[in-house]
Design a protein around this ligand. Sequence first.
Ligand SMILES: NC(=O)c1ccc[n+]([C@@H]2O[C@H](COP(=O)([O-])OP(=O)(O)OC[C@H]3O[C@@H](n4cnc5c(N)ncnc54)[C@H](OP(=O)(O)O)[C@@H]3O)[C@@H](O)[C@H]2O)c1
Length: 338
Amino acid sequence: MRLYRLPKFTSIDDLTLSEAPRPTPGRGQVLVKMHAASLNYRDLAIVVGRYGLAAVPQNVVPLSDGAGEVIEVGEGVTRVKSGDRVAGIFMQSWMGGEIQVTDRGSALGGAIDGVLAEYCVFNEQGLVHLPAHLSYEEGATLPCAAVTAWNALFTQQRLRPGQTVLVLGTGGVSVFGLQFAKAAGAQIIVTSSSDEKLERARTLGATHGINYKTHPEWEKEVRRLTDGRGVDHVIEVGGAGTLQRSLASARLGGTVYLIGVLSGVGQQIDPMPILGGGVTLRGIFVGSRDMFEAMNLAIGVHQLRPVIDRVFAFEQAREAYRHQFSGAHFGKVVIRIS
Ligand SMILES: NC(=O)c1ccc[n+]([C@@H]2O[C@H](COP(=O)([O-])OP(=O)(O)OC[C@H]3O[C@@H](n4cnc5c(N)ncnc54)[C@H](OP(=O)(O)O)[C@@H]3O)[C@@H](O)[C@H]2O)c1
C-alpha cells in the first residue's frame, strides 16, 4: 500500500510517498481502507518541526484526521463491523471525562502514526461512526477542528440560544464554530482578513463580519455591535497577538476559549480584564470520543455539512499542505485517498 512519511521535519518537501505492506488487524483491532484525510494548522507545525505539544517520531505517518471503511476486524471486535463508515479519534486513548497526561501521547499523526495512508489499523476503541449523510471527504474534516469547536461551545460553559459567539478568522476550527453556533440559535460575529470571506461567512449564518486588517482594533467593533456589552463566547485561535483583544471582546462573565496560536506565543497578557471582567479563559485540547459522538448526533439532527474549500488527490499531498498554509482557504482542505 502507499502512504506518506516524514523522515525529517524541515519543510513540506519532507513529505515522502512510500510503500509498506498492508497491515493486518490483531485482537481488538480494525483495518480501515482510508478514503479521505483533512489538514489542520497543526500539520504544518509538525512538518516544519515547530510542534511544541508532543514529541513526534521520525518517519511518522502524518495527519490526524481521516475517514474510511472498515474492511476487516480482528478477534473480539464488537464496536464496528466490515462495511462501517468510520473516522479515527484525534487522541486514540481519550474516551471521555477529563484528559489525562498519557492521552497526549496517543495523538494520530503526531505522537503516533496518522492517517495519510491507503490502509490504517486502529484499536476498535479509537473509532467513531460517521454521520450517515456525510461523504468520506466531509467525515474526514471532523476529528480535530470540529471536535475542538464542539468541546469549546458545548461541554462546560455551554452555549445557549440567543447568546453571541465571536469566531476569529475563517479556518477549519472557526468555520465549524460558526456552523455549530448557528445551529444552536446563537448570533455570530466573525473576523477575517478578507471581505470576500466575510461575505461567505454571512451566507453560512454569521450576523456580523469585521475585517481585522481594516479594523486592527476589532474588539471595539465587537463592543459596538453588541451595544457595549461584549460577546458571551470567543473562539480564540490567534494566541498571543489576539488574546488581549479577545478578552476585551468578552462580556462580563463571558468565556474565551484559547484554542490556537496562529499569531504567535510568548507575549505578556494583562490579567486585569480576566479578573475585573470575571472572564473565564479556558484552554481547549481537541476533545474525547464522547464529545465526538455527541457532536456527530447534532450534525446528523441538523444535517450540517462541513465546509470543504478544496479537495486534492493523494499524489498532491504537498500541494494540499501549501494551499492550507497559504491561508487562502475557507473551512477545510481535504486529500482524497481512494
Ligand atoms: N487546541 C486545540 O485542540 C486545537 C485544535 C485545532 C486547531 N488548533 C489551533 O487553532 C488554530 C487554528 O487552526 P485551524 O486548523 O482552524 O487553522 P487554519 O484552518 O489554518 O486557519 C487559518 C485561518 O485563521 C485565520 N487567522 C490567521 N491569523 C489570524 C489572526 N491573527 N487573527 C484572526 N484570524 C487569523 C485566517 O482567517 P482569514 O483568512 O479569514 O483571515 C486564516 O485563514 C491553529 O493555531 C491550530 O494549531 C488547536
